[in-house]
Structure formats: structure tokens, C-alpha cells
Design a protein around this ligand. Structure first.
Ligand code: PEP
Ligand code: MG
Length: 571
């Protein structure tokens, strides 16, 4: 049907058709060469500086509009570096007197400044080293003609094609122009994929070699429904995909009728459908997609795309906004879950060999207590503006939960002693995403108010398959009976203690998993906002009682393939 269809993982539904925009993570290899015309070399250098200044002006303007003055300041600092004669002058001298190429001169001079700033005591001065490093990379990429273009400089409709896309890159995508993306790396639960779903951007990830087959400027089709990328389609293929796009949009319009409908199975069992969000702006889409609550607010995005921790006030405003807009519907805010594929560059923590098994999430919060307490205070202060529930990520032991809860209650007491109002009742729950916690769910259930099963991580830890590594994607099996048994154990343990259980991993919105989760008695399904209406339409046609009859049989199966084949047969 098509000249070249590249298979990948369907990460975010929908069809996008546009020009490919190759986003390179450039290899900036700098070699020393002797030049004969220093004046021409200096002109080349000045041109690269001018282009970099123009990039930065665009970025600064954009960030200023989207995120405000404070965030734009990073780029203002970069612009200052580019106009600093103390840096620029020695580079030109080097080109003139040593007759070396501009790349080499720039690299040498800026390395000296970076070393100098890095050795300073003062944290502010040390950060200047990062500014120089970033700016140097930018100018070098122009000198070397490596396309490391900033996402912000895109001004026509494109589809991003990259080896990898960090969540911070995804956060910067301008939805007006970027129509979709495809990456060589990543899986359905990598955070860029999750963000794509909340941004309603069709995406195909894990193509392994997409970047070797797609040229900058090729016309490509992203089929986020079936996980395919088509390069330079024939007229016939184009026609087929335009029709597929229309059909998908028609389906969406049909689901839109269900926005205000409760989610009840054919035999009258009610479940709650909630949305996962990353920023206060996502609340709009959550409500437009019929969310009955926020099942997971990933607060780490508040901490990203900036160069310091957010203040208590900034966080308070964000939490208050979400709570107010949700008008009394439950909002589960998860405390900072940094680590894995979510890094904070300004923390400069040492690189870890196994970031998903490392110093992250609650481990980090319990050790950086000032930061943790700031977040908790902001949350507690916001609690009077709606229906707040607080959740801790990556709990592996009861002792971690107890410590986190103690700190939370200490901050609550302090605020009340200061005369600041805090909501009477705030449920405190945990993510169940580590097998030790799932296995010990009976004991946790006595102490927590609720569980939310984080299958994105629970799958990777249960099957020991990195959620970002496409080479082991075949082991990342949501329908593996081992995982289903764990989920059943968690739900049963919670219900025995009269506690409710949600799921905020991507599996909660998975068409094949939904009948099993319904039958197992999951109380709340939280997913990308854009999956909610489809899930609702599915549950409205399912009978919990009928599916419950199959549970014993399904849990006794030996492979994920058997499970998925069985479910498909029932449809
Ligand atoms: C999960 O692990 O399932 C989860 C929801 O958290 P995150 O994807 O942010 O790790
Ligand atoms: Mg997780």
C-alpha cells in the first residue's frame, strides 16, 4: 500500500500528515584546522552568533508568552553571554593570531570559562557555566551546520522525527505547528508518549530506525492508531489515510456525546473515570473529555523547564488552580516523582547506571526534606479550594510511607499553628508500582486511605523490562498473568480493609485490559484525558458479572498471549 511503512509502537492515537522535521541530537565534534583567511573565518563566526541570537530571541519571546517572565530569563541570560566581549573577543583573537578555525577557537575559549565558573564557590556563578555550555553548543551547531534547531523556531506545520525526545522537549512543542512526532526510542509509557496523549498529538515511538529512513522535509504520515509511519506516500496511500483521519474524527465526535454520562456497566456497576494531568492547563482537556476527577497530577512538570525549584507560592497557585477548576471533584496530587526519564538538570545529581532503580521519587523527597516540606505546605494550603487527595510515588516499604505521612502531618500541624486553614479531611494514599508493595498490600491497606496502581512501573519491575528500552519491549507485558495476579491481590487487599483502589498507569485506558480490571473490581480508572470517552463507551457495553466468570480461567493462563487472545475472542 505504501512505499515505506515503518513499524513502531502506537503511542498516541490519531493521524497526522505533514513534512518531517528532523530533530538532531547533534554530535558536535570539533577538530582543529589551520585557516588561511582569518577575516573570512571571523565573518563565519559572527554569522553563527547572529543566527544564535535570532534563535534565542524567538525562544525567549515564546517562553515569555507561554510560561512568563521568570522562565524567559534563562534565555535572556544566554543572550547576554553572546554579547559579552570577554568571551567573544578572545575567540576572535585566537582565530586571527593562531590561524585556527572558529569552532576550535570557540571551544577552547569557552571551555576555559566553563572550568573557571564551575570551580567557583557561589552557586549562582556555577550556574553561569551551564549558560556558557548551552550557548557554545548552539553556536557550534550553526558553525558545523548540524541541525539542532530549537523546537521553538518551528513556524510551519511539521512532524518531529527524532532518535529520542525528552519530556522537557515534548513540553516545549508548539501545538500550533507540531502535528505529531515519531522517535526511534521509547515505549508507550515513556513520559514523552504520555504527554503526547494529553496534548492529543498523534505519535509513534520505538521505530528503532525511523531516523535512518526519514529525511528532513519528506512528507510523512503518523498513524498513531496502528503504530505506523509512512514516508512519502503515494497518492493512493494519502487518500486512504485522509479517510482514516476523517473516520477517527467521526468516532471522536460520537464519543463526545458521553461527556456527562456516568460510567456504568450493563449490569449496573459504577466506576469512576479520571484523567492524568501534568500541568494545570491540562485540566481543560480533562473536563472536555468527561473526567470525573483527576486520578494523577504529575507535579514533576512544575519542576521542569526551569533552573531552580518552584517556590511554595508558585506551587500553591498551580495546585489551587487545578482544585478550583475541578469544582469539588477529587484531585489526586502526587508528590514529586523525579528520576527515571524525568530529570531536573539544575540538580546536577550524579548520573546513575540504573536510573529506574535509583535515587528517585519518594527516596529523593525523604532525603531532600526542605524541598519536600515546601511542596507539602503548598498542597495543604491549597487543600481548602477543592477536594484534594495526596499520593506518594514509588513507595517500596511501609517505613517510607510512615515517614512521608509523618512529615505531611507535621507540616499540617505547623500551618494550623500559624492560623492557616487546611481542609479537615485529606486522604493520603500511595502509588502501588513496586512489587514489594503490591505483595504487602494487605499490610499497607491498614494504613493508607487508597491505592493507585502504577502499572507503567509495576510492569517494568515485575518483568524486569525497562519501560523505555524498545529492545525489551516484547517483555513489557500488561496482560502477563503474573501482573494480573498482583493487581487482583492489591484490589482484594484494599477492599478487605474498606479502601478503594484506582489505577493511573496507562493500562487503565487499555481496551483489552479494561474488561479484566472491571471484573477485578477496580474502583477508579485514571488515564490520559483523550482515552476517557473511548473507555466510557466500552464499559457501557460490558457486563461486570459476565467478565467475572472468566477471571479464574484468565489468571490460570500461562502467557500474556493466551490472555490477550482470549479477550479478543470475547469481543
Ligand atoms: C506509573 O508508574 O504507572 C505511573 C502512573 O507513574 P509514572 O508513569 O509517572 O511513572
Ligand atoms: Mg511510576
Amino acid at each position: 500500500m505504501s512505499r515505506k511503512a515503518i513499524a513502531g509502537i502506537a503511542a498516541s492515537s490519531g493521524i497526522a500528515i505533514a513534512k518531517a522535521f528532523r530533530l538532531e541530537s547533534p554530535e558536535l565534534n570539533v577538530n582543529k584546522t589551520v585557516i588561511t583567511d582569518p577575516a573570512a573565518e571571523i565573518a563565519r563566526f559572527e554569522q553563527a552568533i547572529a543566527t544564535s541570537i535570532s534563535d534565542l530571541e524567538i525562544i525567549k519571546e515564546h517562553i515569555h508568552k507561554q510560561l512568563g517572565e521568570e522562565q524567559a530569563a534563562i534565555f535572556a541570560a544566554h543572550l547576554l553571554v553572546l554579547s559579552d566581549p570577554e568571551l567573544i573577543h578572545p575567540i576572535k583573537e585566537k582565530i586571527t593570531f593562531e590561524q585556527v578555525n572558529a569552532e576550535f577557537a570557540l571551544n577552547e575559549v569557552s571551555s576555559k570559562f566553563i572550568d573557571l565558573f564551575e570551580s567557583m564557590e557561589d552557586a549562582y556563578m556555577r550556574e553561569r557555566a551551564d549558560d556558557i555550555r548551552d550557548v557554545t553548543k548552539r553556536v557550534l551547531s550553526h558553525l558545523l551546520h548540524v541541525n539542532s534547531t530549537d523546537l521553538k523556531t518551528i513556524t510551519e506545520e511539521v512532524i518531529i522525527v527524532a532518535k529520542d525526545l525528552a519530556p522537557s522537549d515534548t513540553a516545549q512543542l508548539n501545538r500550533q505547528f507540531v502535528k505529531g512526532f515519531t522517535t526511534d526510542n521509547g515505549g508507550r509509557t515513556s513520559h514523552s508518549a504520555i504527554m503526547a496523549r494529553s496534548m492529543e498529538l498523534p505519535a509513534v515511538v520505538g521505530t528503532k530506525r525511523g531516523t535512518t529512513r526519514i529525511q528532513h522535509g519528506d512528507i510523512i504520515i503518523i498513524d498513531g492508531i496502528d503504530g505506523k509511519v509512512i514516508v512519502n506516500p503515494t497518492a493512493q496511500t494519502m487518500k486512504v489515510y485522509k479517510e482514516k483521519k476523517l473516520a477517527y474524527e467521526a468516532k471522536k465526535a460520537e464519543w463526545a456525546q458521553l461527556i456527562h454520562q456516568p460510567t456504568t456497566s450493563t449490569d449496573g456497576h459504577f466506576v469512576e473515570l479520571a484523567a492524568n494531568i501534568g500541568t494545570p492547563e491540562d485540566v481543560k482537556s480533562a473536563l472536555e473529555n468527561g473526567a470525573e476527577g483527576i486520578g494523577l497530577y504529575r507535579t514533576e512538570f512544575l519542576y521542569m523547564g526551569r533552573d531552580t525549584f518552584p517556590t511554595e507560592e508558585e506551587q500553591f497557585e498551580a495546585y489551587k488552580t487545578v482544585l478550583e477548576h475541578m469544582k469539588g471533584k477529587p484531585v489526586i496530587v502526587r508528590t514529586l516523582d523525579i528520576g527515571g526519564d524525568k530529570e531536573l538538570p539544575y540538580l546536577s545529581l550524579p548520573q546513575e547506571k540504573n536510573p529506574f532503580l535509583g535515587f528517585c521519587a519518594i527516596r529523593f523527597s525523604l532525603s531532600m526534606q526542605d524541598m519536600f516540606r515546601t511542596q507539602l505546605r503548598a498542597l495543604l494550603r491549597a487543600s481548602t479550594y477543592g477536594h484534594l487527595k495526596i499520593m506518594f510515588p514509588m513507595i517500596a516499604t511501609l517505613s517510607e510511607f510512615r515517614q512521608a505521612k509523618t512529615i505531611l502531618l507535621e507540616e499540617k500541624d505547623k500551618l494550623q499553628a500559624e492560623g492557616i486553614e487546611v481542609a479537615e479531611q485529606i486522604d493520603i494514599g500511595i502509588m502501588v508500582e513496586i512489587p514489594s508493595t503490591a505483595i504487602m498490600a494487605d499490610l499497607f491497606a491498614k494504613e493508607v486511605d487508597f491505592f493507585s496502581i502504577g502499572t507503567n512501573d509495576l510492569i517494568q519491575y515485575t518483568l524486569a523490562a525497562d519501560r523505555l528500552n524498545e529492545s525489551v519491549a516484547y517483555l513489557y507485558q500488561p496482560y502477563h498473568p503474573a501482573l494480573l495476579r498482583l493487581i487482583k491481590h492489591v484490589i482484594d487487599a484494599a477492599h478487605k480493609e474498606g479502601k478503594w483502589v484506582g489505577m493511573c498507569g496507562e493500562m487503565a485506558g487499555d481496551e483489552l485490559a479494561i474488561p479484566i480490571l472491571l471484573a477485578l473490581g477496580l474502583d477508579e480508572f485514571s488515564m490520559s484525558a483523550t482515552s476517557i470517552l473511548k473507555a466510557r463507551s466500552q464499559i457501557l457495553h460490558l457486563s461486570k458479572a459476565d467478565w467475572s466468570k472468566h477471571i479464574e480461567h484468565i489468571l490460570s493462563m500461562s502467557t500474556a498471549e493466551e490472555v490477550s487472545a482470549f479477550i479478543k475472542r470475547q469481543h
